[in-house]
Every structure is written in C-alpha cells, then in structure tokens.
Design a protein around this ligand. Structure first.
Ligand code: 5AD
Ligand code: SF4
Length: 522
C-alpha cells in the first residue's frame, strides 16, 4: 500500500475537518461534521499513472479467515453493478466473498444489511447515475442505521469521487477500489464495528490475487486472464482506475477453464482490458495470448470468446490460432474508435486507419465467416465533419455486424480532457445518430443474409418480452428468438433462420416442430 501521499487533508475543503488520530500502520482518523472517518489509503490519479518497476506478485492466500466465515450469517447483501463485463465479473467475486462470510443475497432492498455500488468511471453519465443512487440510498440508511453502504469499483479509484463522497455523502460507510477487493471481508467487519466511514483505496496494482471465490450462475462464465492497461489512450480513464497490465499465470487460467468445463459451463469469455497484451509482462516465460487460446482450444468447453482486443497488438499468430476455430468462435470485437488517422493519433491509439483496415482484411481472409464488432467514439475534441465522415466510410468498408457507439466524454486527469473542443453537443448527437443509422443498416443486411441458414444456437432462456419464446445466441453472438421447450434452456440446438430484424433473428427448431411444437410466432 502506498504511503507516499499520506496527506489526506487535501480531501477536506471545509474548516470543520479535524485530524483526530494516527495509528502506527499509517491509518489516519478524521472527524468531519460529526462523522468519523478512517482512511487506510487513498486514491491518487498521478500515482496511478506511474508504472512501478516492482515484479508482479501472485498471492494465493485465502481472504475469508475462519473468524470472518460466519460474520454475515443471517444477514443479507445487495450489489448494484455498473459498467463493463470486468465490473460484472468483479461483482461475482464480491458476491463470492460475501457468501463465504455467510451473507445471503437479498431479494429486495429493504432486506439488505450491506449494499454495495460497484461503479464505472468510463463516461460522465455513468458517474452521474451512481451519485443519483448514492443520494437515493440515504433514506434507506436513515431507516436502518446498521446498514453498511459501500462504494467500490472504478469510480472509487478517482480522488475527485472520494472527495465528493466525503464532503457530500457522509452516509456512505465504506469506499474501496479495484485493487483491494480481497480486503472486503475485513473492511465490512471494520465498518460494522467502528461505525466510522472506512476508506481503503489502493494505488498499488502490482499484485494478482488468486483463489478468490466467485458466484457464477447459468451457462456462461467470465474468466479474467489479465488486469489493467498500459495503453493510455488519451481519452480513457481505465489505465488509471485499473492499474498496470499484469497477466495471470497460464496454469491458473487453464485450471480455472478446465474446472468450468467440468462444471458444465457452455461458454466462457476471457476478460482483459487489452487481452492481446497477455503474457507481455512475464519475465520468465515466453507465452502469448495466441498460445493461451491454442491451449484453451483443447479444453472441452463449447464456446470461447474474448474481450477486448487492441488492434495494435493483434498479431498474425493469434489470427492463425483463431482460424483453427473449434470452440474459438468466429466473432471478434476489435475496437476502432475512429476511422480518421489524425484523430486516432490524437487519441493515442498507435495505429492508423490503413493499419486497421489491413488487419480487418487479414482476419477476414483467414476466417471468411468472421463477424467483426467494434467500439466507436464520436465528437472527440476538435473532430471535424470530414474526419467523422472517415469513420462512416470505415464502417462501410469493414461492414461491422454490431458496435457500441459513444459520444466523447471528458475524463478528469486524462490528456484529452484538456484538449480544445469546439464541436457543439448538438453536432455530436447528430453524428452519433448518423453513425447508428448506418450501423443498423449493416446489422440488418447481415442478418437478412442468414435467412434460410441452419445455425447452432446456445439457448439462454425465455425471451425478455414473451415467456413463450426462447432466446439464444449464435456462435457469432447474434440473438435468435424461436419457439421451443424450457428443457432446451442451457443446451445447443439447431435453428433454421426464418426472419431478420435489425437487432435479432427469428428461427425455427425443426426437431421440436416435428415432435409437435408450434412453428410460428404468435
Ligand atoms: N468517452 C467516450 N467513450 C469512451 N470510451 C472510453 N473512454 C471514453 C470516453 N472518455 C469508450 C471506448 C471504449 C469503450 C469501452 O468505451 O469506445 O472502447
Ligand atoms: Fe469497466 Fe472501464 Fe467502466 Fe471500469 S471504467 S467499469 S474498466 S468500462
């Protein structure tokens, strides 16, 4: 834990904050407006930018000690998750830890003794939602003073966020970050007994903690293969909130995947902010993402996906392994962000439009039925209409099946946040609209091409709007609706595609129809 920047007083802008104690381990205690606050360690954006030289330590301890294992018996928790799959997966770890402490998941908020908000910092509107929810939770805390209200995840790694919580939301009991999730059991215990607000956000990001319990449900599982990001794209907060790139040891990843296969999971998604950089931090081992995929290919799990990749590190060795297919599905998420080389340079993406197009071409040559999806930001500071048009033309050239599209959102502490931005918000919204229209057209056209084909669908459950219709996904991750029976949930079925919409397909399960089921949609 970094003690370099122990002067927490910069958090407290108002005169009534008093330092009331300091313990030997560096923990400081403050009193603000009648609320006592214990700060073990603080977030620090600048420190997070520094990449330490220390080696990566892999820790195999067990975080829930005997003493803590029945702390939550008879008590309930709720966790609200914002943001990406990495956060969703962190929440599975948090749930795993709380359940090992004896806690049970609450079925309604009123029941909860611990409520945690696992937050996302990627765009301003993500943060606004969280502050709205923190405000809303105040009434629950007033009604049930023993409730422990915690904020964790990416926002907690930001100084400005912690500052704002300390000043404006003293009903929060616990703030911890993305690097010290394993400390949660101890922190919950501390917040419960001390009745103080406990802040423990680590900047130190050198460690990998193994053996953390995970609460997984259903047929699909996420598997972390690496943490952090060293790319420092100029708009992005992630390298600050998630720390430096560090890869899990291959033997630990493979062990986890084999275990998931044994448990009957049908699909895994390998997770990392930049999975193509996997293994680059090993000092004793020459083992890359391509090697990992080649080893996972041999494990008996029907579908393997990964997210997210960076075009710069996507190499030929990986393309060759993906072309072997088997359980490696032919859908690749390849964020482009912009189709204009100058904007890409300002974004610090370290590739050009031409390089990206060449890569997309190589992938399609090696895997002709590959489906490409992407992320795009519109309205980056100073983006001209012509530069935006380059994004539209790139979208046409690549022919994506789907994309996540965003209006640029300035993030404090990132280089882009201080770039001059003369593009009005109305213009940005209009660009986003034009882009989404184009993407929708491509998605529908690609879906229409599938009509008449019979494809393998992993049945995930009932469709959201109609319990008589089942919903599943193709290998390329397209959503398919069809009539079937509930016992098909969790299984692979052959579906003949009969209709195409922009965002989903309709189909028929011939086997089920032959056995007497209804063919068409009501
Ligand atoms: N503003 C808008 N979109 C962003 N993304 C990341 N940072 C920002 C930002 N500051 C988008 C990128 C990334 C996706 C996860 O979120 O497209 O790939
Ligand atoms: Fe995920 Fe990035 Fe949001 Fe953190 S800031 S939750 S890593 S998208």
């Amino acid at each position: 834990m970094s003690k370099e920047n122990k002067d927490y007083s910069r958090y407290f802008d108002f005169s009534d904050a008093k330092l009331i104690g300091e313990s030997e381990d560096g923990t400081l205690k403050y009193r603000i407006r009648g609320r006592d606050i214990t700060i073990h360690s603080q977030p620090d954006l600048l420190a997070e930018k520094k990449r330490g030289r220390q080696g990566i330590e892999v820790i195999y301890d067990h975080p829930v000690t005997e003493e803590l294992s029945d702390f939550g018996l008879g008590k309930y928790y709720e966790i609200v998750t914002y943001g990406c799959q990495m956060n969703e997966h962190d929440s599975e770890t948090i749930m795993g830890l709380l359940e090992q402490m004896g806690y049970t998941q609450a079925t309604e908020r009123k029941q909860a003794d611990v409520i945690l908000l696992n937050t996302c910092a990627i765009r301003e509107n993500a943060e606004d939602k969280v502050f709205g929810e923190i405000g809303h939770l105040k009434s629950f805390k007033l009604e049930k003073p023993s409730l422990i209200l915690g904020v964790c995840g990416c926002m907690s790694q930001e100084e400005s966020v912690v500052n704002r919580i300390l000043q404006k939301h003293p009903h929060v009991d616990l703030i911890f970050g993305t690097h010290n999730i394993h400390r949660l059991p101890k922190l919950v215990q501390e917040a419960y007994y001390s009745k103080e607000m406990v802040v423990d956000v680590w900047n130190k990001e050198g460690d990998i903690i193994e053996n953390l319990p995970k609460k997984r449900e259903g047929i699909k599982a996420w598997v972390n293969i690496m943490y952090g990001c060293d790319k420092f794209c100029s708009y992005c907060i992630v390298p600050y909130t998630r720390g430096k790139e560090r890869s899990r040891r291959p033997e630990d990843v493979l062990l986890e995947v084999r275990d998931l296969a044994r448990q009957g999971f049908q699909e895994i998604t390998l997770l990392g902010q930049n999975v193509n950089a996997y293994g680059k931090d090993f000092t004793d081992l020459n083992y890359t993402f391509a090697d990992l995929m080649d080893d996972i290919r041999k494990i008996d799990i029907p579908r393997v996906r990964f997210t997210t990749s960076h075009p710069r590190d996507f190499d030929d060795a990986l393309i060759s392994v993906l072309a072997k297919k088997g359980n490696l599905v032919e859908q690749i998420h390849l964020p482009v962000q912009s189709g204009n080389s100058l904007i890409l340079r300002k974004m610090g993406r370290k590739y050009t439009r031409e390089h990206y197009l060449e890569l997309a071409g190589k992938i399609k040559k090696a895997i002709p039925d590959a489906v490409l999806t992407t992320d795009i930001i519109v309205g980056f500071p100073g983006e001209t209409n012509e530069q935006f048009e380059d994004t539209l033309s790139l979208v046409k050239e690549v022919g994506y099946d789907a994309a996540f599209t965003f209006i640029y959102s300035p993030r404090d502490g990132t280089p882009a946040a201080v770039m001059e931005d003369n593009v009005p918000m109305e213009e940005k919204k209009e660009r986003l609209h034009r882009l989404n229209e184009l993407l929708g057209e491509f998605s529908r056209r690609s879906n229409e091409k599938m009509v008449g084909q019979t494809v393998e669908v992993l049945v995930e459950g009932e469709s959201k709007n109609n319990p008589h219709v089942l919903a599943g996904r193709t290998r390329t991750n397209k959503l398919v609706h069809f009539h079937g029976s509930r016992d098909q949930i969790g299984k692979m079925v052959e579906i003949t595609i009969t209709g195409a919409q922009t965002y989903y397909l309709r189909g028929e399960n011939k086997e089920w129809i032959t056995s007497g089921g209804a063919a068409s949609f009501a």
